[in-house]
Design a protein around this ligand. Structure first.
Ligand SMILES: [Mn+2]
Length: 234
């Protein structure tokens, strides 16, 4: 099997207002406010420098509805850099940027071979990257709260391909208050995929079971945001 490089990111929370920052005297407010944009630009540079084959963003790319178009334009600029480098990008929406929260959009670079950058919120879908032998399965949040087990309706893996699942989830199977696509590592493992690209928890961790695929949360905004905030479930 040939080696392919996939960059998995999540929870960029682009232009997050970072509330309560003014409580801290002498906080470098301007520098911190730009942190999420720098994180996105750094991620893009890394993908290009490393010549990755695919970038996936597993939800909460945006912190919420944009206050103006500049937030969207900041993403379009980075998406265009990836597109110019010939790197496909797939994104799912999380609870912060659920489909029904977002009131405007901007045209994104087209990816005729694999379809729109954002995966559907209507049902789980599969995108095939034929040349790479990769199948990406995923679904966007339709609304801020998704209390159903979204992963349960994800499509079966495709034989002979590298199957990657994208899911925004709190990964709390039996929690009473699981509003974030509850499911367990066992259920994800049983899907038969080769990698689970999760989002929602801002702490890098692999929840993969012995003998199963990696089930991974990524920490984002490295260096820009305090550990306290980074540990918060958003
Ligand atoms: Mn989230």
């Amino acid at each position: 099997m040939k080696t392919r490089k996939i960059l998995h990111a999540a929870d960029i929370h682009l232009d997050s207002p970072l509330q309560k920052l003014d409580r801290y005297e002498n906080a470098p407010v301007e520098q911190i406010r730009g942190a999420s944009r720098r994180a996105l630009a750094n991620m893009t540079t890394l993908a290009i420098d490393q010549e990755v084959d695919l970038v996936v963003i597993a939800g909460d790319l945006y912190d919420g509805d944009w206050t103006d178009q500049n937030t969207g334009l900041a993403f379009v600029a980075q998406a265009a850099r990836l597109s110019d480098a010939g790197i496909p990008l797939l994104v799912i929406r999380g609870n912060h940027d659920a489909a029904n929260l977002m009131t405007s959009s901007l045209p994104l670079p087209s990816q005729p071979e694999i379809g729109p950058m954002f995966l559907s919120e209507k049902k789980a879908e599969t995108r095939i990257l034929e040349d790479l032998g990769i199948a990406v399965h995923g679904q966007s949040f339709a609304r801020r709260s998704e209390s159903g087990n979204m992963a349960a309706s994800y499509p079966d893996p495709i034989n002979g391909m590298f199957n990657l699942g994208m899911l925004h989830t709190g990964l709390e199977g039996n929690s009473m208050h699981a509003n974030y696509a509850p499911c367990t590592p066992r259920e994800l493992t049983d899907k038969g995929y080769h990698y689970w690209a999760l989002g929602h928890i801002h702490l890098r961790a692999n929840h993969g079971l012995d003998g199963g695929p990696p089930i991974v949360f990524q920490a984002t905004c490295k260096g820009g945001i305090s550990t306290k905030r980074a540990r918060k479930v958003a």
